[in-house]
Design a protein around this ligand. Sequence first.
Ligand SMILES: Cc1cc2nc3c(=O)[nH]c(=O)nc-3n(C[C@H](O)[C@H](O)[C@H](O)COP(=O)(O)OP(=O)(O)OC[C@H]3O[C@@H](n4cnc5c(N)ncnc54)[C@H](O)[C@@H]3O)c2cc1C
Length: 368
Amino acid sequence: MVNDVVIVGGGTSGLILARELGRRGIEATVFESEKKIGDKADKASGILSASGLSKLGIGFSDAVVNSLYGASLHAGRRSLHVRSEKIQAYVLDRIRLAEICSREAVDAGAKVVTGRRIGTEELERFSSEGKIIVGADGGLSTVARWAKFPPIENHVLTFKALFEKSDRTLEDEVDLFFSERFATGFFGWAVPYGRGIVELGIGTRSGSWNSAEAFRRMLREDSVKEAVGGGKMTDSKASIIPIGMRSKTAKGNVLLVGDAAGQVKATTGGGIIFGGACAMIAAEAVARHIDNGKPIEDYDSMWRKLYGKDLSMHRFIHAYYSRAGEAGIEKLLWVLDVLGMGNFLSKYGDMDRPSAMVKRFFLRGLAD
Ligand SMILES: Cc1cc2nc3c(=O)[nH]c(=O)nc-3n(C[C@H](O)[C@H](O)[C@H](O)COP(=O)(O)OP(=O)(O)OC[C@H]3O[C@@H](n4cnc5c(N)ncnc54)[C@H](O)[C@@H]3O)c2cc1C
């Protein structure tokens, strides 16, 4: 019986898995190619739902940069405003979050090795030694390619930058911009970081604009300029988001978690909550294998049973707004506004689990 787990990739998914294995007394080693944990984590943003974060059990308070209560969705000349009385999401410092996850993994007994890129030769060796191998190595996963998992079909290219000394006054809401004139198949966002700092970012379907060009186009829009509030642009970064789950995420002794598995909300590109939640399920599957000899491949059906429906709904909504174009979304925002959906979303909106919202909608309608 194997009792040694190799986790390739020290992002949040790999580190949460290591923490959970450590807490179960299972030996796990995380190999991270960057020199330091979190070195490139700020290529991405860190907007996480308050409810999702509490489920992951990360002591995240030191990483909080801002708290968010609402959002405005813009398409053409129309906007839909949604605001709650409670904190809906936190903006987290991604580097700090990764450091916290690493500390929690090490405290639980896991080993974290940095500056070590794992290639196919080492994967072969780990495999011949009978180790359980987990690909937590992001959307362009080496482990997935090596083990010949089915591909992730779609990717979104991103570009983001910080604006310092911004005079934006709305510090606790985000703005989202939908327009095929700049954000084909995705959207742009302006997120206040507090203290006069605003992050402006954009995602665009791969094969359309390059993301830096899309960003420049977006910045020409008056509504975007207003949301940014001027200031000096610094710290620009490009990256990629996998959109779409792999049709298989476990094979023999090999598992995929997080972006490597495509456990990402296709609507927003957010992957930390679902990736982390699936990492916790992966730990459960590994423990069942070690303790009771159950197949590790059970992991695939275990996470799909809990989260597959919601991730599919995110894909469906993403496919809808990608096809609708700016005029279609403008019309949709108008209809939602007329139906009082802004109020409904303010009360019952769930950033992660649309199925909970839909259930409430069909049970109670928009009335209360
Ligand atoms: C612009 C942008 C904005 C985003 N905003 C949000 C957001 O607001 N909220 C949210 O929830 N999500 C957001 N995301 C998505 C989020 O960043 C990812 O879903 C999340 O980082 C996935 O974590 P992971 O651990 O699965 O993979 P990753 O964070 O990609 O970590 C993989 C790690 O593996 C390492 N690695 C790769 N290959 C190897 C190898 N061969 N050997 C060793 N190490 C290797 C990498 O260096 C990396 O550290 C955003 C993404 C982008 C690009």
